[in-house]
Structure formats: structure tokens, C-alpha cells
Design a protein around this ligand. Sequence first.
Ligand SMILES: Nc1nc2c(ncn2[C@@H]2O[C@H](COP(=O)(O)OP(=O)(O)OP(=O)(O)O)[C@@H](O)[C@H]2O)c(=O)[nH]1
Ligand SMILES: [Mg+2]
Ligand SMILES: [Zn+2]
Ligand SMILES: [Zn+2]
Length: 402
Amino acid sequence: MPSSSRQGITCPYCFAVVAAQRIPYRCRGQAGRRAGCAPVLDKELAAYTGSTAGASLPPVFDAPGGKARADCPTCGQTTGSRVCPECHNPLPPAYCDSPGRIVALVGAKNAGKSTYIAVLLHELMNRVGTELDASLVACDDRTIERYKRDFARPLLEERRLLPTTASAATSPREPLVYLLTRTRRARTRFARERTDSLALVLFDTAGEDLRSREVRDLHLRYLEAADAVIFLVDPLELPAARPSVGDGVPTGAADDPDSEPINIIARVTEALRARHGVRPGERLRVPVAVALTKIDVLRPALLRQSALHRSRTGAGVLDLDDREAVNEQVRSLLHEWQAGGLDTYLGQQYADYALFGLSALGGVPENGRVGAGGVRPYRTEDPLLWLLHRFGMLAGARSQGS
Ligand SMILES: Nc1nc2c(ncn2[C@@H]2O[C@H](COP(=O)(O)OP(=O)(O)OP(=O)(O)O)[C@@H](O)[C@H]2O)c(=O)[nH]1
Ligand SMILES: [Mg+2]
Ligand SMILES: [Zn+2]
Ligand SMILES: [Zn+2]
């Protein structure tokens, strides 16, 4: 269900639902020789971030009508900056026009979530972005800073593995908010170009937070607001997958039933069912992508000749034949690894789910560092391409036909 169908816009920061006519504005303030309102401490924003740093900003004001721009009642300048009425975080114009879809990322501790976020965003800003004619722009300065400091610099520049994400119980959690904007070229000379936007709201949850019911509630608002969910599953945590794993790969020691993939998925599913008021026997309509991470650890023999080993072909489209082949291969891997119950469960709970296999690093890390070949992502964008297709932002095509 898209955010827009809830009679308003869901703030990607605090998940308050706001009527489009009631989104306040922020004055442009002073700049160079331009006169304007002086910065003041924004209490709402400071409360949200838990700090007054960076919360000294030109004032927020209300103006009726819900127009894209409004005049500041104090200094008279016209502004196009709009903010959430609850938390005062910026709501970009494209987000107000076409309310975004919130994509939630969930996985057990050590499943590879932080690494995935680091690599996926980099891919979207570079190779995949180019392929799709899409731009990925951070919606606020904190997102830019945090992505650099906590993800890109350590992993991609310094090639160090990312530390375990701290629990939301001890450190405040903030989403990374991006706007993915895609221009679709006109098919004929007379047709118009189309621009579609998707707000990508990624919350780097700490795997441990999904174990206990109490802390998980902190994440519930995010999960409940999600229009799509990506579940990451570490094949090293599936005991029966051991024989498929290459020699010398250290495997996880998951003796904790709370962190088993199916249990995590089940708990999130319960929350989604309650939020969407889904009756027993009915299935959730939220599209769900379930991806096996770290597939570089699988024995080469298992991947050779397989759909997962092929590279994706489609450029600017979702290759539907490839999609089906990968889906079937991951399904048979799950069954082979005695995790067929997961597939069955997903089928019972979700009307629309798809299986993926990916590797963010593209190789097994050594001594806390990325392997010698550097980060070589493999099929990391697949779940997102599928979601874009589901959201009507990416066409599907058969690779064999036409
Ligand atoms: N072989 C391989 N290992 C990976 C890959 N991605 C992550 N890993 C390994 O998995 C570990 C955990 O990855 P993270 O991204 O920190 O996992 P997380 O889900 O964020 O973990 P928490 O923050 O503790 O919940 C890394 O330190 C790597 O050792 C991958 O693509 N291939
Ligand atoms: Mg993490
Ligand atoms: Zn908000
Ligand atoms: Zn002003």
C-alpha cells in the first residue's frame, strides 16, 4: 500500500502521517546580502536528533493551501522548503508531490545489513543509477554526513568491515533518506518524458534489536510505515547450508532461536499484519523481497551454470526471465538447506514475494578487511529493481523473446 493511500504523506523521519495541505514551510533565512529571518533554535528538530547541534535554523511557519511555495509572514521572502509538522525534518518537494514509498530493511544480527546499505547506495549513485537514468539524492545533510562517515569511508575507501550496529536502546536511530528520481525517455517523438520518484528510507537496524520484544517496538513505527520490505538472510546461519559453503569460510554460530531468519521474519510479519488489519487467512499485499546475502561464500561448483552466476542482462528494464530463474534457484537452495519452511511461510503470508541471492562484498573478507580484490558487488540491486517494477517505475521485459 503506497503512503499516499493513507490520506496523507508519511514523514520518512518520524512516520507521522501529514495531510498534504498542512505541511509547514521553513523560511529561507539570511544569505549573503539577502535579508531574512535570523536562525533560531528549532526545538522540534533538536528533540528529534537529540542534540541542538545543527538545529539552529530559520523559523518554520504555517501557510494555508498546501502550495509548493509560500511567503514568510515575518520577512516576506518566498520559500519552497517544507518540513514535517511534527519533527521539522525536511520534506523535499518531489516527496510532497509524489509521496514516497518507504522501503524497510530487516535482518538478523550479522546478516549483512549495514554492508548491504553501504554498497547498494554506492551502486545506485553510480553504475546502476546510470543504467536506469536515475539520480539518487540525499534528502538532508545528516544523511550525507552519516553515509560518508559510517558507511562509505570505512568500507569503500578504507576497506574495513563495518562494526556491529549499536542497539537503538543505547544510541538514537535515524533513517537514511534518499529520493530516487527516474526519467523515462519518451517512446515516441511525440510522447512526453516521465519522471517518477521513490523515497528510499533505509533504517539500519541492529540485528539484536529484533530479538527482544521491548526494543523491537522502537522499530515498529518504521516497519509499520513500510510500503515494501527487504529481508536479508545470511546463508551461513542456515545450518544445513554448511556443505554448500566453500572451504575456509568461517560460519556463524546461531544457536539462538530468536535470531533464526524465519523467527525474525515471523515477528515482523505479525507487526505488519496488525498494522494493515489483515484478517486470518488473508495475505499481506506489501511486496517483500527476501535475499540471501553473502552468496560469494557458496562453493563455486554450486554457482557455475546457475542463474545466480549469470549477470543480469537487462539495461533499464527488469529482465523477467532472469528474475524467474533466480527466484527458482534460490527457492531450491532453501529447500535443499531444509529452510523450505521459510518459503512456505512467505507464500502463506504474502501475496507478492520474491527471492534473491546477492553479495555486497563479492568475496570473503579477511582479518576484518575487505578481500584483496576490493568490493565487487554482485546482484545487490536486484531486490530494488524488482520493487521499482512493482511500483510501476521500471518496465519488465523478456530476455528470450523479441
Ligand atoms: N562473504 C561475505 N561476507 C559478508 C558480506 N557482507 C557482509 N559480510 C560479513 O558479515 C559481517 C556482518 O555484516 P554487517 O553488514 O555488519 O551485518 P549487520 O546485519 O549490519 O549486523 P548487525 O549490525 O550486527 O545487525 C561482516 O563483518 C562480514 O564479515 C558479503 O557480501 N560477503
Ligand atoms: Mg549493522
Ligand atoms: Zn516527521
Ligand atoms: Zn522569514
